[in-house]
Ligand binder design. Sequence first.
Ligand code: NAD
Length: 415
Amino acid sequence: MEKEKNVFGLVLQNFAKIKDLIKLDDNIYTQLLAPQKFLEVNVPVKMDNGTIKVFKGFRSQFNDARGPYKGGIRFHPQVDESEVKALSAWMALKTAVVNIPLGGGKGGVIVNPMELSQKELEELSRGYIRAISKLIGPDLDVPAPDVYTDPKIMGWMLDEYEKLNGGRHIPGVITGKPLSIGGSEARSYSTAQGGFYALDMAAKKIGLSEGATVAIQGFGNAGAHMAKILQKAGYKIIAISDSKGTAVNVMGLDVADVERHKKKTGSVADYPGAEEIGEKHLFDQEADILIPAALENSIQAQDAEKIKVKLIVELANGPVTPEADEIFAKRNIVVVPDILANAGGVIVSYFEQVQNAYGYYWSEEEVLEKLEEKMKTSFDEIWAKKEEYQVSMRLGAYILAIERIAEAMKDRGMA
Ligand code: NAD
């Protein structure tokens, strides 16, 4: 997928649209045009061959009017300053839209973790935390996993942070941890689970019937869990793609079997239970629902013209460009925006922090019940804004979020 530069510019385009719609105070608007803080770090790592390699990383703290900055850490070769800023802004919107007392931040390191040994990966993870340690803390800024980072990496990062802080146990400094060191039940699949609640509500709103067909782009943490949850709920998964290929079967794929194939071969490509689709792309596939669960800007205007679905649920952050978004709006294709659709991850991260603060842990059922309630309330609140302003769900969500952030900024005397 072609990644445009200046992803943050795309966020600002949406802010500009909202500003006029809700007559946002200029003194608030001008403070939303850049992160409150942005740190660039260079992390030296001793490689297995004895040489030192320096990896560039970032931490963007977009807005903390409603609570500590919150947002994941991405390890990816295409990470750049603009992407990290955009992701931090989306986090601020996300925490506001689902009404949890947190702000928005994000981190990233320019690296292909697949090219590192476990030892090098651990060195990098610990080095990155050392470099940003002054900026983070349970009541300051709380990281979590994102693309190509996972609970194991969060465990190393927590350990490093606690060492730097005199060995004190501070589990609330990072979420998405392994269960054994203060993680939450259901966190590993919470993004997909939350996305499922939003998808199911949207499917009912637009009258999709049971057995609706689904195509999923990206088969990582978010996409693979979503595929399993949907199949269990009676949806038919007819296409799954990853960075190396696509598996399609209009009769329905066996998701667990596709997962086994991916574990064995490293990709969904050449899955034996799929039809041969040759050069055809996932977006050529007819389905009721499309779920982008890979990276940003993966659906551009030329894709939007040809995509044949009724509903799009953005499990990835920023997968639809503003031009593509306008085309979907004209074609009456409902898009459940990322800041709601993938908010399940940050909601359960917040639950993880609450449990860490209390030192008292909830059952999986308890977590899921609270997650469902948050997702459904937020969906209804966004839908109400969409109707009130006669806009897309995305703009409805942005309006809800920015009104809440603006209120907190005003109450702090920031405008
Ligand atoms: P991941 O690294 O686990 O998976 C990413 C997947 O995308 C992989 O299967 C990869 O092969 C695939 N991919 C990459 N390029 C592709 C392409 N061109 N075509 C098709 N597939 C491609 O990452 P993840 O954690 O699942 O995150 C995916 C998206 O969801 C990101 O935008 C992330 O910010 C967002 N997200 C994730 C979480 C979470 O809790 N994991 C929470 C919120 C948002």
